[in-house]
Design a protein around this ligand. Structure first.
Ligand code: BGC
Length: 481
């Protein structure tokens, strides 16, 4: 078939997050965050009892990281800011100049080599002092976040034109507040997730309007949000499976996307209905899902310049199969469909991540139809290998080639997709899994105090694709030693 090309202005990059790579957890005035707090006070919640105190030490290695970006010929780099490095207590009246300086140096180093910086304001490392006040369960989070956003736009917006408020609301709210799979491990299943969801989308919207009203005219950039959109397709064509898949999509990402991107605003309808029914069965007088006031709904609706999609994998949803097959937990008690992963889909080192065919195309065309084709960026996509796999990561290369074929199909389908960020630039602290799974195009030697970085085979494959703007399936880098 004819060789298909990626558009010249399509942004190819990689993504990382502050807590996962920076280290320097208590240096130069940085305040404690919820991951520092949890890993120090409750170390055994992490699989290998590790933490991000040093991680890939990017705080000291940022020039090497930018050199890697150049080695890969990246157009763009998505990274997150550590809120408590900039505002040690989380509150905007106390700014840490060393934190501002670090990110200025980092950004300037990228710009020197024409690499477009894309900033995520929040990738899960809430200042601990704000958690002590309730974190995302406290409605004031939206003001704290908007004030922090103003400090960020003021300091970096002259040079940075792509801002992402939050990375993955589902993981923040459901995993952090509804379960024990992310800090602050609150496990407040019945209310935590939903309360957090409401406050988070309002916080996003307030930050968006800080940008829109105070900075857009002079800075001319964009402000959006990144939501994890894995694909949940029906197991069979039956109406029951179709409905179960729809409900699952609403629970997994519609809860956060619908209030912002849908034309009506507010939480997704079928999911709201289901939560009301369940709440009534459980003897609550009102639904456990909080409501938006008309004013809040209007504030949130339409508050994003683009839709950032983190996509890794897909699942098949069944109304009848047992929930025990579920490799990813659902919203407890509210959406309880079975999740099936066909045995033939290749498996990564992460229990939840398989290579699910065409899932990028399915997810993005679904979002295009549902939300009237906004601007999209794929802000994360990647594959994990076990540490012992070393530099020969053939499956990661296959994964990227397969994913990028699906990206070309997505572009052919008319989806307004503007860029793709691979997860991740370098190996890093994989949250509850510590250093037992690796996502880097470059490996990091965590035994070595210098945290030496070495390209994996997939790094050459990715570079070959983005510099040629097409996928050459015959290209084979030398095998690595
Ligand atoms: C997160 C990353 C994480 C990756 C792999 C995404 O959900 O944004 O921080 O490392 O998945 O688990």
């Amino acid at each position: 078939r004819q060789q298909r090309k990626f558009p010249d202005d399509f942004l190819f990059g990689t993504a990382t997050a502050s807590y996962q790579i920076e280290g320097a957890w208590n240096e130069d005035g940085k305040g404690e965050n919820i991951w520092d707090y949890m890993t120090h006070n409750n170390p055994t919640v992490i699989k290998d009892v590790s933490n991000g105190d040093i991680a890939a030490d990017s705080y000291h290695n940022y020039k090497r990281d930018v050199e890697i970006m150049r080695e890969l010929s990246l157009d763009a780099y998505r990274f997150s800011l550590s809120w408590s490095r900039i505002l040690p207590t989380g509150m905007a009246n106390e700014v840490n100049p060393a934190g501002i300086e670090f990110y200025n140096n980092y950004i300037n180093e990228m710009l020197k080599y024409n690499i477009t910086p894309m900033i995520t304001l929040y990738h899960w490392d809430l200042p601990q002092k704000l958690q002590e006040l309730g974190g995302f369960a406290n409605p004031y989070i939206s003001d704290w976040f908007a004030d922090y956003a103003r400090v960020v736009f003021e300091n970096f917006g002259d040079r940075v034109k792509h801002f992402i408020t939050f990375n993955e609301p589902r993981e923040i709210c459901f995993e952090g507040y509804g379960t024990t799979t992310k800090a602050p491990i609150l496990n407040a299943t019945a209310v935590g997730t939903y309360l957090c969801a409401k406050h988070l989308v309002i916080a996003h919207a307030k930050a968006y309007y800080v940008y829109d009203k105070e900075f857009r005219a002079s800075q001319g950039g964009q402000c959006g949000i990144t939501i994890s959109v894995n694909w949940f397709g029906p197991h069979t064509d039956s109406a029951e499976d179709q409905f179960a898949a729809e409900l699952k999509r609403q629970a997994e990402w519609g809860l956060y996307a619908e209030p912002i991107f849908s034309s009506e605003g507010g939480f997704p309808k079928e999911l709201s209905q289901r939560i009301s029914e369940k709440s009534a069965q459980q003897g609550y007088a009102k639904s456990r899902l909080p409501e938006f006031t008309a004013e809040e709904k209007a504030l949130v609706q339409g508050s994003s310049d683009f839709f950032g999609v983190n996509h890794y994998t897909g699942y098949l949803i069944s109304a009848t199969q047992a929930k025990v097959q579920n490799p990813v937990p659902s919203l407890p008690d509210d959406v309880d469909a079975g999740t099936i992963v066909p045995a033939e889909w290749p498996k990564s080192a992460s229990a939840w991540l398989t290579l699910s065919p065409n899932s990028i195309l399915y997810a993005l065309t679904h979002l295009k139809e549902r939300y009237n084709n906004p601007i999209f960026y794929i802000t994360e996509n990647g594959w994990s290998t076990p540490p012992e796999a070393g530099l020969n990561d053939d499956m990661r290369g296959t994964y990227y080639r397969t994913a990028l074929e699906s990206v070309l199909d997505t572009l052919d389908a008319g989806v307004n997709l503007k860029g793709y960020m691979a997860w991740s630039l370098v190996d890093n602290f994989e949250w509850m899994e510590g250093y037992t799974e690796r996502f880097g195009l470059y490996s990091v030697d965590f035994e070595d105090p210098a945290r030496t970085r070495t390209p994996r085979k997939s790094a050459f494959i990715y570079k070959h694709i983005l510099s040629n703007r097409f996928i050459d399936h015959t290209y084979e880098p030398e095998s690595m030693t």
